[in-house]
Design a protein around this ligand. Sequence first.
Ligand code: GLU
Length: 511
Amino acid sequence: MTERTPSAPVRVRLAPSPTGFVHIGNVLVALVDAAIARQTGGRFVIRIEDTDQRRFVEGAEDLIYTSLRWLGIEWDEGPDRGGPYAPYRQSERLPLYREHAERLVAQGDAYRCWCSPDRLERMRQAQQAAKQPPKYDRRCLGLTEDERRNLDGYTSNSVVRVRMLDTGTTAFTDPIRGTVAFENSLLDDRVLLKSDGFPTYNLAVVVDDHVMGITHVVRGEEWLPSTPAHLRVYDALGWEPPAIAHTPLLLNADRGKISKRRHPWANMQWFRDEGFLPEAVLNYLGNLIAFVPDPENATPGVARELFGFEDLVAHFDLGAIGPSGKVVDLDRLDWLNGQYVRRLSLEDLATRVTPYMAAAGFEVGSLPTFRSALALEQERIKRLREAPEALAFFFRDEEYASTTLVPRGLSSAQALDLLVGATDVCLAAAGANEWTVAGLEERFRAHAESLGLVTGKLRGQLFGVIRVAATGRTATPPLFDTLAVLGPEVVARRLATARAILEDSILVAVQ
Ligand code: GLU
């Protein structure tokens, strides 16, 4: 472990805004929080930052809890479980923020601003045109309301702004990034208290992190530009700031920033909808932030591919995450998910797959052979959402074009011959009570030989005709396993249908 990893018990918090959307980046932060809390015997707090009433979405808070619980991430304090610093929703703590805003104004570290939205917009445009950084021009600084009222762009709805320093730099040590410094003259006097009396994020986050005894703030890199304003507030209130760590951005495969609009997987819900297993998602995110060595591998430095939360905790090192963006590779996640799917017991897989089947209109209770069918697909499925499509032909006869029944290089008449012969083999196997994988395999091998189909290609043509006839598809799990699960009645019916389809197509062709 590096010296930057805390050893004393930490108090960390996830401070999500309930906007109805749980960003995958927030989940990554939650995982870091949970890991260091567990590692140091500390406490993990959830605080709901709901002071932006316009963005509030009903039910969003529960979605945060269910998303984290789904992954197996637990917390110690929060609105849902209480704790020594309750309430944990910022909308229930408003007087506290107002009180601190007043104190900052009284001290001269913050000031009221009566500029109308209109004036601020004109100022912003002028700055943009002049290629200046966007920054409040301090029109209201040092003025009383009466003095300000006589100037243009006045509104009676005032806000409170922090007064940033004019010179020097603001520097801090980020446990992930090392020293980060900002030039004070470039920093904006951000709003701390809005005209509706609600605090902005920049005030509430500081007051709460301090009052709640947070020792380590962990948040996404996108909050880095806000940190100097927070440090200014800590300083003005005479408080020691916590350690503040900014986790790297998650990037798409092109190393670009992920966007809610273009990358549906920015939303945590997507992983559940697609049927990624929580174990796999946690493992995948864990891979992005920690190096877990493979104990089986004699060569040091080889990472373990599959691991769980406890392994992450054992090897987690905040200082080793590194500041550079982490590419989210969905192919890799698919691979990992497939590994977890294969390791599930059939019972467990069936339980997990059932809602996906139901959503696609398949009632698993209606298919007595469902477990056996699922066992065949367990090797092939990557995401659980693929299951309905993969298993559909066990539930219903599928439509297909007659040409699919005709292997490349054969005529329809030849395909029909193969099908008729195969139908006899099936009938014989059923009649002899040998409808098993081994029974079918043996009879079909003998049949192929009797037809002189000795090469792999010729056999492939025979098996291809049967496969399409019995399943409606060209790609399925191994043929005899599939036939065995479908059962003799279904197979006989479908082969008869296929025969009729081929006969019709031949008739049409000669007419
Ligand atoms: N409310 C902020 C968010 O939605 C919290 C940022 C922080 O952790 O300071 O992510």
